[in-house]
Design a protein around this ligand. Structure first.
Ligand code: 5AD
Ligand code: SF4
Length: 438
């Protein structure tokens, strides 16, 4: 059959969709050129905010109305359970985030409608990677690798522990074997995934920094990224691993959620504003250019103007390089959802806009400090906005673009040395250093 997968949500979902793609190809199915051309369309859903869930359900309903075989996978399935069929009466199958490995069997048997919500099982096919149809694209040189699944942190607002289940870490040997296999196939950069990767602990006792040290030794691999991180994991052992492992990118995505101690305590984040700043200071003491990015929630129940101002000032004090702002959305069954969602929608919108404007200003200021420096940039391909330019990322995950005679012919995954000429809030513009030119 010809299949198409449409993915909503975070990198874990992107990775799970890739695993499903690989499993379906191994079972003899073929990826279609687009959704119209497919016999079966699979929607990988997210439920972290209500809007995200609505998008996936809306898309599935639309595809059902076009007479396709439609399957839903991912977080919304676990949250909805049997209700999935109330929302989508024509759907063929639905599988939860820890049982996507059942999809090939469900398709083979054609026993529709089928619901597999799952619970705390370890997904089959966690290490499956597609190979076909990737040559020349960035997907051929960059791969996500799941190191742990689930989450036991239980932050008050977050539905992820309910839908993705208990935390489970893959054995370190398996992760190292997977990364080695990817590198042998030409992958240059891996991004290790988990809800809170610094909590990683392999069954043989391997800590996350120890895992980084093992991956540093994988031949052919050039860059190691990971996400997401919790400030409590910013230990001396982590900093030492950064120092000793040049392949580990100088970037940390460190969600802060709020800059107000009162709100942080209510969220159950288990750190204070001072502790977050200390974690960032520890990283910057090791490397002042290390990029720190974050997630913020605005309009959490009871968030006052003073709390919000504390968030603004924290992002500035921490010198955050990029921030992703989310408007609070109550998720059924979470602790925070038991409280009134009392910040009005317009006020959430205003706080969102204020933080975006702050980020533009701060991003420009931080990027301006890099003008004149030379960055090692991994080539991703022609720039989306201007095909006459090449685009890639530096070690800090900053987007860098530069003019190039033949962008389409450039070697994706190679490292270019780029001198920064201009800073913008979200990108750096540069030129190739003379030593690169032939
Ligand atoms: N409402 C709004 N944002 C949320 N996030 C998680 N749960 C919610 C919610 N209920 C945000 C957090 C997290 C990011 C992935 O999504 O900022 O880091
Ligand atoms: Fe949610 Fe907290 Fe887990 Fe992140 S660490 S997914 S915010 S519960």
């Amino acid at each position: 059959m010809k299949f198409w997968i449409h993915t909503y949500g975070c990198q874990m979902n992107v990775r799970d969709s890739e695993a499903v793609e690989a499993l379906l190809e191994a079972a003899g199915h073929v990826k279609s050129v687009g959704e119209d051309d497919a016999d079966v369309v699979i929607i990988n859903s997210c439920t972290v905010r209500q809007k995200a869930e609505e998008k996936a359900i809306g898309k599935s309903g639309y595809l059902c109305s076009k007479g396709k075989i439609v399957g839903l996978m991912g977080c919304a399935v676990k949250r909805l359970g049997e209700d999935v069929f109330k929302k989508l009466p024509k759907i063929s199958f639905a599988v939860g985030p820890r049982c996507f490995g059942l999809i090939p069997k469900i398709l083979a048997e054609g026993r529709y409608p089928c619901l597999e919500v799952g619970d705390n099982e370890v997904p089959e096919g966690l290490d499956a990677h597609p190979v076909t149809g990737r040559a020349g694209t960035f997907a051929a040189v960059q791969s996500y690798v799941t190191v742990m699944i689930g989450c036991d942190n239980r932050c008050s607002y977050c539905i992820v522990p309910d839908v993705r289940g208990h935390e489970w870490c893959r054995p370190a040997d398996e992760i190292v074997a997977e990364v080695s296999c990817l590198a042998a196939r030409g992958v240059k950069e891996v991004c290790l995934l988990g809800q809170s990767v610094l909590r990683y602990r392999g069954s043989d006792g391997t800590s996350f920094p120890a895992l980084l040290r093992r991956l540093q030794d994988v031949n052919g691999l050039e860059r190691i990224r990971f996400t997401s991180a919790h400030p409590n994991g910013c230990t001396d052992e982590l900093v030492a691993a950064y120092r000793d492992c040049p392949k580990v990118c100088r970037h940390l995505h460190l969600p802060v959620q709020s800059g107000s101690d009162r709100i942080l305590a209510d969220m159950g984040r288990r750190y204070t504003r001072e502790q977050y700043l200390a974690a960032v200071a520890k990283l910057r003491a090791f490397d002042p250019e290390i990029a720190v990015t974050t997630d913020v929630i605005v309009g959490y129940p009871g968030e006052t103007e003073a709390d919000f101002e504390a968030t603004r000032s924290l992002l500035d004090e921490a010198g955050i390089d990029n921030s992703f702002v989310f408007k609070y959305s109550p998720r059924p069954g979470t602790r925070a959802a038991a409280r009134p969602d009392d910040v009005p929608r317009e006020e959430k919108e205003r706080r969102d806009q204020v933080l975006l404007a702050d980020q533009e200003r701060r991003g420009l200021r931080r990027n301006a400090a890099l003008v004149g420096t030379v960055r090692d940039v991994m080539v991703e391909g022609p720039s989306k906005r201007n095909k006459a330019r090449l685009a890639g990322r530096d070690t800090g995950n900053r987007i860098v673009v530069w003019d190039c005679d033949d962008p389409a012919a450039s070697a994706v995954g190679s490292i270019a040395r780029i001198r920064v000429l201009e800073a913008h809030p979200q990108i750096l513009v540069g030129e190739e250093c003379a030593e690169n030119m032939v």
